[in-house]
Design a protein around this ligand. Structure first.
Ligand SMILES: *Cc1c(COP(=O)(O)O)cnc(C)c1O
Length: 424
């Protein structure tokens, strides 16, 4: 459920009519619903009611906007971060350092040191050498770094290849059959409190079976580690739950997921950690756009909108589907292609799709754009960086500015020797 509905023929976000946002901020613009974020945060937590000890760490990479993080911090969520930049955002949003988990396959030494100095709650190690380096950095500081070892269970999550992370050929985690030996070598290091294991097998998962298979293997590993004398207090089960992008999509509900987790982990006797991203933010946001032209096409007309692949990269990256809905539909339909202004054929959001009838100047939204949307935006084609708006009841505020071409140009330089060559 979300809070994007037509009222009296006009699409609203909660109690705000979208044309009011377009008038105040312009287009394209991402719009998030605070009520939807809160609802998703609660539904996910309630789904895990059968898990007695849990820690919820929102995966910031899905949507790292400060205002979004503040809403989720107020819901009691910590953060899963994959860079020091994301850590700084979590801290700036008021999340306690102890509630932050640091994941990521390429944490630099400088990042590990900065995270130790910030006192973050857990490091999810991706390889043995990282554990050795982290232990040394912590020992220099006279502390023990809380850590888990991320394992790769070699399961096929059945999702798009580019967001699949749990097959043995993927770059993530250590092979699960090597984990026990690594534990034996890392656990004794004085700078490390190696207290558990972590996994994350992929994103936009529509089937609980691969997750259950992965969790079951992790349960066996935990038993094996304990039998070898290790103390295991934490298991991080990652994120990945899918969301509906189009009518008829039926991802597992948080309640179904939670029931599976409760069943598989019933006798684990550990604190369980979760890193939901998309399931919290995905359906809490839309990308608002204006139709520039309706250009006649050979087969179907092209609806050329002012949002492009640089603003919403998911279609070009993952062949993703985003519902396209007119803000003030007139009831007619048309079959059209939808594309942005960027000079690439990849800048196409849909081909031959049945959509609301639109003409130039109409407003429309791409739905389910709250996760992996604005955060992946770029300024390709020297387009301004897309702004973001948060709606909360009948209020809205710009929570990220549109970054104009002038600002981007001001950060660039022509080196002296090129200027001199021209003067000379
Ligand atoms: C991306 C990521 C997540 C979040 O994935 P979603 O599919 O958005 O829930 C969680 N944990 C890790 C380690 C990740 O890389």
């Amino acid at each position: 459920m979300n809070h994007f509905d037509h009222k009296d023929g006009v699409l609203h976000v909660e109690d705000v009519a979208i044309p009011a946002i377009a008038a105040a901020v312009g287009t394209p613009v991402y719009i998030y619903s605070a009520a939807t974020l809160r609802r998703h945060a609660r539904v996910f937590r309630e789904g895990l009611a059968g898990v007695p000890r849990k820690h919820l760490a929102y995966a910031i990479k899905a949507n790292p906007n400060l205002a979004v993080l503040r809403v989720l911090a107020d819901e009691g969520y910590g953060a899963d971060v994959v860079s020091v930049g994301e850590m700084r955002r979590a801290l700036a949003a008021g999340m306690p350092p102890a509630d932050i988990v640091f994941s990521g396959v390429g944490k630099t030494k400088a990042e590990l040191a900065a995270a130790l100095d910030a006192g973050i709650g857990q490091f999810n190690l991706e390889l043995e050498e990282e554990g050795v380096v982290l232990a040394a950095l912590a020992a220099e500081r006279g502390i023990r770094a809380p850590a888990t070892l991320r394992v790769n269970p070699d399961v096929d999550a059945g999702t798009h290849a580019k967001i699949s992370t749990g097959r043995k050929e993927n770059k993530f985690g250590v092979p699960i059959d090597q984990a026990a030996a690594m534990f034996d070598r890392l656990a004794p290091l004085p700078g490390l409190n190696l207290r558990g294991v972590a996994i994350h097998i992929g994103s936009q998962l529509f089937d609980l079976a691969p997750l259950e298979a992965a969790y079951t293997r992790v349960g066996e590993l935990v038993a094996e580690l304990r039998a070898a004398g290790h103390t295991i207090t934490h298991v991080d089960l990652g994120g990945g739950l899918g969301v509906p992008y189009k009518a008829g999509d039926m991802p597992p509900s948080p309640a179904d997921y939670g029931a599976m987790v409760a069943r598989v982990t019933a006798d684990w006797d550990a604190e369980l950690m979760f890193e939901p991203g998309r399931v919290i933010a995905g359906n809490a946001g839309v990308l608002l756009t204006e139709v520039i032209w309706v250009k006649p096409g050979v087969v179907h007309p092209y609806v050329i909108v002012d949002a492009a692949m640089n603003d919403l990269a998911r279609v070009a990256l993952y062949d993703a589907y985003h519902d396209f809905v007119a803000v003030q539909p007139n009831g007619d339909r048309m079959t059209a292609n939808i594309a942005g202004p960027v000079c690439e054929s990849g800048d196409t959001f849909a081909m031959g799709r049945d959509i609301d009838h639109v003409v130039s100047g109409d407003l429309a939204v791409f739905r389910t754009a709250g996760a992996y949307g604005a955060t992946m935006a770029s300024t390709y084609n020297s387009r301004p960086l897309v702004p973001e708006v948060l709606v909360d009841g009948d209020r809205f505020a710009v929570v990220a500015d549109r970054v104009a071409a002038e600002t981007l140009i001001a950060a660039e330089r022509v080196p002296d020797w090129l200027n001199e060559a021209r003067e000379g």
